[in-house]
Write a protein that binds this ligand. Structure first.
Ligand code: GLN
Length: 542
């Protein structure tokens, strides 16, 4: 039977609960255990798909097409296990199900309440589908004390009694601030946080404390006494140079050992973290560096591009180089000559995006990369903009446009109204709901033999994850191929363009899907490895 590890946070948000959970998952895996990580989000949105990346960071898409919290990306990157729809739940989704049941009359006249109905739904979600796992790690979003989080804390408290003894362990992650004027570390916020947790009936077994400097022994003892946690179960969680050091660092501080101890597991296999060690070794000793410009829209909030940033790091790991990122708001190219900001970079990447603002700047970046033979990687929106660029400047279709922007001009990129998924036809129209209605999740694509992209993948069949509403219009294929933009990858029925490339260019690739979602530090995605390798070869700078 699976054992449950509940991870909660206190004091402030953004302490890295997702990363801590992912790192613990990796450490348990390194001992040979099978782990599953799940995220419980207390907000009312049904999923993060409709939330602005400014507010909530990237929306992470799973193979089965769920739009989920970005922490699921951490989970996948650290454990290698592909997450699914059932690994992320929100209050909104729980209420949606409960209200649908109520309308159907399933409650037979009963009053529907937070306890037991909402808490039962949360518990059912937590307990479902765990037969194949040794440990199920459930991270609760937000911090203890948030009003909206209460049903989740109540549900995991109840599970502590309902599961057989010793099957549930509670980890609480807090912050130990250092007050410079006093020259001291302060344990009070953590004490209060644990007090809050205990007031709703949860006694943490393990306390993880984020701190930017060494925690002295007496502070650790104090935390142990005031929070009623064993001294050895107070785990310092220091800042790390790279997130990929975290599994090693937390393991060194005894995290996984303490978790096993809290479950009463003795004689567990020791952790083989050698692959992580090697990885950190490579990361800390780069043999060179490259600079990649990311020409996008949400460049002030790096969390909006979480998986992309990590995939570029992975591409660097594969080539043993450090990847520097140059963030450029695409709108600047509507006034400025792209050369002013792009002439010194080794590669240009236009990532996924939505809406017209900044689109012309992205098209200008694609043109600059094409004409100056700088490696160009266009992802989703970045591919669509590369196609518009080629249509306008190579094929002479001056009015080439996307129907995402206006109904004017040649609809080279248009709204997708029909496509097939698992043999079923999916239909949309311009009035469809915005939530959950894009082309989402993993789809098969066929790559033309002999194309650059087939060569990069070493395969002619791929499965990649999608999240878009518009699509390059296949009707323009012949016209664009005639001027050098090859449609090397398409959906198996040949109707939806999946990748484009220019043969007469060192590296110019656009993909309609999001390869960054499947890249992992221990298994860098071939497109990112190849893009970084091409950036290294970009000898203009030498
Ligand atoms: N806005 C574009 C579309 O919906 C691209 C989306 C994306 O880049 N993820 O098709």
């Amino acid at each position: 039977m699976a054992r449950y590890i509940f991870i909660t946070g206190g004091v402030v948000s953004s302490l890295g609960k997702g990363l801590a959970s992912a790192a613990l998952g990796a450490a348990l895996q390194a001992r040979g255990y099978k782990v599953r990580l799940r995220k419980l989000d207390p907000y009312l949105n049904v999923d993060p798909g409709t939330m602005s990346p400014y507010q909530h960071g990237e929306c992470y898409v799973t193979d089965d097409g769920a739009e989920t919290d970005l922490d699921l990306g951490h989970y996948e990157r650290f454990t290698g296990r592909a997450a699914n729809k059932q690994d992320n739940i929100t209050t909104g989704r729980i209420y949606q199900e409960i209200i649908a049941k109520e309308r159907r009359g399933d409650y037979l006249g009963g009053t529907v309440q937070v306890i037991p109905h909402v808490t039962d739904a949360i518990k059912n979600f937590i307990l479902d589908g765990n037969e194949d796992f040794d440990f199920v790690l459930c991270e609760i979003g937000g911090t203890v004390g948030d009003i909206e989080g209460l049903p989740f804390f109540e549900a995991i408290r109840q599970l502590g009694n309902e599961l057989p003894r010793g099957q549930a362990v509670y980890i609480h992650l807090t912050l130990l601030p250092y007050i410079a004027s006093a020259g001291e570390m302060k344990t009070k916020p953590t004490q209060h946080s644990v007090k809050e947790l205990r007031s709703i009936g949860i006694q943490p077994d393990i306390l993880m404390v984020r701190c930017d400097r060494q925690i002295p022994e007496n502070e650790r003892r104090k935390l142990s006494q005031f929070c009623n946690v064993r001294p050895e179960a107070v785990i310092p969680a220091y800042d790390a140079k790279s997130i990929y050091e975290v599994p090693l660092a937390y393991h060194k501080e005894g995290l996984d050992t303490q978790v096993l101890d809290a479950f009463g597991i003795t004689g567990a296999p020791s952790a083989d973290l050698s692959r992580w060690q090697q990885l950190v070794e490579t990361l800390s000793n780069p043999e060179g560096e490259v600079t990649i410009a990311i020409v996008g829209k949400y460049t002030v909030l790096k969390d909006a591009y979480k998986s992309l940033i990590e995939a570029l790091v992975h591409g660097g790991i594969a080539n043993k180089v450090k990847v520097n990122l140059e963030w450029i708001e695409s709108e600047v190219f509507e006034e400025k000559d792209p050369a002013s900001l792009l002439e010194n970079v080794n590669g240009i990447l236009v990532p996924g995006g939505f809406g017209e603002r900044g689109a012309e700047g992205k098209i200008a970046a694609a043109q600059y990369a094409r004409e100056n033979k700088i490696p160009y990687f266009g992802i989703c929106f970045g591919m669509q903009m590369a196609v518009l660029e080629a249509a306008r400047n190579l094929a002479g279709m001056r009015s080439a446009n996307s129907s995402e922007f206006s109904g004017e001009g040649e609809p080279v990129v248009g709204l997708m109204t029909e496509w097939s998924k698992d043999g079923e036809k999916e239909t949309r129209h311009s009035e469809s709901d915005l939530g959950g209605t894009m082309r989402l999740g993993a789809y098969e694509a066929k790559l033309k033999a002999g194309s650059k992209i087939a060569d990069i993948y070493g395969s002619e069949t791929i499965f990649e994850r999608h999240r878009h509403r518009y699509e390059v219009n296949i009707a323009y294929k012949d016209k664009l191929e005639a001027v050098g933009l090859q449609f090397a990858g398409t959906s198996p029925d040949g109707v939806l363009p999946e990748t484009v490339e220019i043969a007469d260019h060192p590296w110019y690739v656009g993909v309609q899907y999001h390869p960054e979602l499947k890249s992992r530090p221990l298994e860098p995605h071939p497109l990112f490895s190849s893009f970084i390798a091409a950036a290294m070869d970009n000898s203009r700078l030498v």
